[in-house]
Design a protein around this ligand. Structure first.
Ligand code: 13P
Length: 252
């Protein structure tokens, strides 16, 4: 399983140090022993270099992802952070198109697709979020929305594969109504979405699909039993390193 802690805008340098102390190289390694789980931590851009440096100094088996990248590659774009920038400071991929970016910063499907293409071209792993709002779900538009949000991403994956690039594409189904609400999607809901994503597009290779939205210690093991589910993208619960470690144990 691909286990991604999205720290959003919550951490500070001091708190990151304490988080890593709690994971400690040997402790996390022993929790991961005999499993095929991969662990990813996603801080804000300013802590990417600190986190990747501290993780390798402590011999922690974690990878570092950014939470977003620019639609531009380089040049006069004040305040933007490029794919090359994040790779330069130790990140290996980026979350893209999170619903908070779509909702609060008006990020469009076209921009998310463009960022996906730039990540694939630059050698950073894209983890693209998609998911419907409560109103869209109630109007029966869940699959329509996912097709709209994912089609450009699938096109970029096909283009990259045609160009001989083999960086994998990860997707995260994060229904907006489930994020931070305490109400997770049901296994049946997630199963339906996974099947639609796998079957409705011509992927060069089946994309790995994660689930996110109110994942916690109580529900993670039952959600993990879903066929074709490749991992979790978790916000609030995994701000606590003990819950993070216990979640991995609950999956083992
Ligand atoms: P919560 O786990 O807090 O619901 O957040 C999910 C999320 O947005 C992860 O990207």
């Amino acid at each position: 399983m691909f286990l991604v802690a999205n720290w959003k805008m919550n951490m500070t340098r001091d708190r990151i140090g304490k988080y890593l102390d709690a994971l400690d190289g040997r402790r996390l390694s022993s929790v991961l022993t005999g499993t095929r789980h991969e662990v990813v931590l996603a801080p804000t851009h300013v802590y990417l270099e600190y986190l990747s440096g501290e993780a390798s100094r402590r011999d922690l088996p974690v990878r570092v992802f950014a939470q977003d990248v620019s639609t531009r590659t380089e040049g006069a774009f004040t305040g933007e952070v490029s794919v090359r920038n994040i790779l330069d400071v130790g990140a290996v991929g980026s979350i893209l198109g999170h619903s908070e970016r779509r909702q609060y910063f008006r990020e469009t499907d076209a921009e998310v697709a463009r960022k996906t293409g730039l990540c694939l071209k630059g050698g950073a792993v894209p983890l693209v979020c998609f998911g419907e709002s409560r109103e869209e779900r109630e109007a029966g538009k869940t699959l329509e929305i996912l097709r709209k949000q994912v089609s450009g991403v699938a096109e970029e994956a096909a283009k990259a594969s045609k160009n001989g690039l083999d960086t994998p594409v990860y997707l995260a189904y994060e229904p907006v109504w489930a994020i931070g609400s305490g109400a997770n999607a049901s296994c049946a809901d997630i199963r339906e979405v996974i099947l639609a994503v796998r079957e409705d597009f011509s992927w060069p290779a089946p994309p790995r699909i994660l689930y996110g939205g109110s994942v916690n210690l109580e529900n993670i093991a039952s959600l993990a039993a879903l066929e074709h589910l490749s991992g979790f993208l978790v916000g609030s619960a995994w701000l606590d390193p003990e819950v993070f470690l216990n979640s991995i144990l609950a999956l083992s």
